[in-house]
Design a protein around this ligand. Structure first.
Ligand SMILES: [Zn+2]
Length: 264
């Protein structure tokens, strides 16, 4: 485990650590979370040019072996990793509800749908814009794509500096080898390895016509699209590193080099 958990980052309250940096500007190398800040700290961080990163996931079934928070966990982890590399990134509380209608019929799935998610992100972006000059949406659930795109284009049309990014990988789509490896890397104790089993392993293109009309339930009884066999923590770390590098590159192109950080 190289990722800090909540306990590990809990001591890194910006402005309370020692050193010459201005209050509210987090030290480099530690993720900073908006929820940990006071309002003057948020104000100082924003004034120094901070980017607000909003992790967006889902609460939806991920087979019999992965927790319902899998997408939210990934979005949050990617934002934290970004903030560890860029001192100008502040991570907003994770939005753990998304558009997961395709997983209806599996217990525990909580979906707010595309309309509500788009509206939520638009209002969140307007509100965030009162503090932060830039907002980054990191959505780790494919079903959120339409809502995220709609919200981002609306906010941009309102002259707000908003970017959306979604992790993409090659390999199986849902609760299979890739997502199981990722969750093993994020928090292996939460994976019910003994329950992992293959689901529908046909390519997504082939499944799509039935998926569109009947949802995941119609193609996979256990909710898995892929096969978790052979998933490892090491593979998950490799994919996480790849995704983090991709996110860092995209943010660097969009926002330039980090504008705040520990003075040298
Ligand atoms: Zn997922």
């Amino acid at each position: 485990m190289t990722l800090p958990d909540h306990a590990a980052t809990g001591g890194d309250v910006p402005g309370l650590d020692h050193g010459p940096r201005p209050a509210g500007v987090p030290s480099s190398g530690h993720a900073s979370r908006l929820g940990d800040m006071t309002f003057p700290e948020a104000e100082a961080t924003a004034a120094a040019g901070a980017v607000l990163a909003v992790p967006v996931g889902s609460t939806e079934q991920h087979g019999p072996h992965l927790p319902l928070s899998t997408d939210a966990d990934l979005a949050d982890a990617l934002c934290r990793r970004l903030a560890e590399e860029r001192a100008d990134v502040v991570v907003a509380p994770v939005l753990a509800y998304g558009a997961s209608g395709e997983h209806a019929g599996f217990a525990g799935t909580l979906s707010i749908g595309t309309e509500a998610l788009a509206t939520l992100l638009i209002e969140l972006g307007r509100s965030a814009g009162e503090t932060f000059g830039r907002m980054l949406i990191v959505s780790a659930h494919g079903g959120n794509a339409e809502a995220v795109a709609r919200a981002a284009s609306k906010l941009r049309a309102e002259s707000r500096d908003v970017m959306a990014w979604t992790p993409r990988w090659t390999g199986d789509a849902h609760a299979g080898f890739v997502e199981t490896s990722l969750q093993l890397a994020l928090d292996g104790a939460r994976v019910r390895t003994e329950r992992a089993a293959a689901g529908a392993t046909e390519p997504l293109d082939e499944l799509m016509p039935v998926l569109r009309t009947g949802g995941v339930r119609a193609v996979s009884g256990n909710g898995v699209l892929g096969d978790p066999a052979g998933a490892t923590e090491a593979e998950g770390k490799r994919v996480l590193d790849d995704l983090t590098a991709g996110l860092l590159a995209v943010v660097a192109r969009w926002a330039g080099p980090a504008t705040t950080g520990a003075p040298s």
